[in-house]
Write a protein that binds this ligand. Structure first.
Ligand code: UGA
Length: 431
């Protein structure tokens, strides 16, 4: 099939590449000229395992093209996927869908034959209705169909998640459109993905509710981990003990510094904003947002306690600063709250991250990037494990024999017994 994917961010670029790999002809459009020229050279704008190889393979095979030309690209294709950002509006919880709406206004003149317009961007309920209304002012209704087809891939696991999704949700009540999209996703369905056709509004809402539910699981286990710490219970036992109940499930029950990233913080807030418009009180999600917002302060209090409340001139090493492992994404990373607060108290921060230097800290005089993990560790009064990269899991702390290391493992990646047996001062979460 001939596809046009608009927006070369995570969702757009991964979807475009994977659709091309399934044998489709895909044009990936972005208004960022440099990004497009770089992509033609195989330079990916973000870190995602395996993506560069797959982009190159499909670009070389002529199935994947990159362009800044919106209208021509739309004209040449049958299905248009909108994959632009929908960030949180400034000073509000609402999702900013202006990029989506601008696109819709621009594209109407390019709808020269029947086209399926798909929103893969996360958009609030009823956005599809608004898109349809705008397009029908200029285009005959018979010539287009607006569909919601949310994406559920995770950064760091994006290709695997795209190819082996738990479900594919297609929001349309248009039979012809549904048939075409079911055919497009056929190779994934035959590998076991569930295909779910719903109303467009339901599909839009499923995306937000999924993210809100996962965020709820995390906030829930984080709060329970606080109780475990006070009662000498290991959170690992609780996560396993409840997770083995299939109604609960084991995933997303890992405690930590709080959820970050470009999705959970944004989407939980956007859902609250939507609910408010309909005069609905989503009390649970409200408390999840508050619980997660409060978490960095709680973690800071623990850090202060570990350091006996003497923070000035203390050397603190962060292992990993992105919002999670296997990504270079700093958006809503919890350490963007932790590090400035520690600096304010006079701490000296060194960080090591497998994805390198981060511009977010360039204005902090007492924050430095260490290219070498060992030198970052050696001269630290406290090591904070902030993300769960494999590289950190296999660290050999024994090499620092001369020193009694103090480690605060925010991701519980080490065995508590093993660490204390090795005579380290070891702190983790909920145990
Ligand atoms: C999330 C969803 O998992 C995807 O399904 C969705 O498509 C995506 O948002 C999106 O809306 O685009 P992502 O933000 O890439 O994906 O990352 P996750 O792996 O879900 O992690 C989110 C945050 O939760 C991270 O800060 C992570 O460290 C934290 N987390 C996750 C926990 O603290 N505990 C867990 O058990 C799991």
């Amino acid at each position: 099939m001939k596809l046009c994917i608009i927006g070369c961010g995570y969702v757009g670029l991964v979807s475009a590449t994977c659709f091309a790999d399934l044998g489709n002809q895909v044009i990936c459009v972005d208004n960022d000229y440099d990004k497009i020229e770089n992509l033609k050279l195989g330079i990916i704008p973000f870190y995602e395992p395996g993506l560069r190889e797959l982009v190159t393979k499909n670009y070389d095979a002529n199935r994947l093209k990159f362009s800044t030309e919106l209208n021509n690209s739309i004209k040449k294709t049958d299905i248009v996927f909108i994959c632009v950002g929908t960030p949180t509006k400034k000073n509000s919880f609402e999702a900013d869908i202006s990029q989506v709406m601008k696109l819709i206004k621009k594209m109407s003149s390019s709808i020269n034959k029947f086209k399926i317009i798909v929103t893969k961007s996360t958009v609030p309920i009823i956005t599809g209705d608004r898109i349809e209304k705008i397009l029908s002012k200029k285009v005959n209704k018979k010539n287009f169909s607006v569909v919601s087809n949310p994406e559920f891939l995770r950064e760091g696991e994006a290709i695997r998640d795209f190819i082996y999704p738990d479900r594919i949700v297609v929001g349309t009540n248009h039979n012809r459109t549904n048939k075409i999209l079911k055919k497009l996703y056929g190779p994934l369905i035959s590998k076991g993905a569930n295909y779910l056709q719903t109303s467009r509004r339901a599909a839009e809402l499923i995306k937000y509710v999924s993210n809100a539910f996962l965020a709820t699981k995390i906030a829930f286990i984080n709060e329970i981990s606080n109780l475990c710490e006070m009662t000498d219970v290991k959170i690992d036992d609780i996560s396993l003990g409840i997770g083995l109940d299939k109604r609960i499930g084991q995933r997303f029950l890992r405690p930590g510094p709080g959820y970050g990233g470009s999705c959970f913080p944004k989407d939980t807030k956007a859902l609250l904003s939507t609910a408010k418009k309909f005069d609905i009180n989503l009390a649970i999600i409200k408390s999840v947002v508050k619980s997660n917002d409060d978490r960095p302060d709680l973690i800071l209090k623990k850090i202060f306690k570990i350091l006996n409340y003497k923070i000035h001139n203390k050397k603190i090493c962060f292992l990993g600063v992105t919002f999670k492992a296997n990504t270079d994404d700093m958006r809503d990373s919890i350490c963007l709250k932790l590090i400035p607060a520690l600096i304010k108290k006079g701490a000296l921060i060194k960080y090591y991250d497998p994805t390198g230097y981060k511009k977010e800290f360039k204005n902090y005089k007492n924050v430095s990037f260490s290219k070498n993990i060992n030198s970052a560790l050696e001269y630290s009064d406290l090591i904070i494990v902030h993300t769960e990269w494999n590289e950190f899991k296999s660290l050999n702390f024994k090499q620092f024999k001369s020193k009694k290391l103090v480690i605060f493992d925010l991701k519980n990646i080490y065995s508590q017994n093993l660490m204390t047996n090795q005579n380290f001062k070891y702190y983790s979460v909920g145990r």
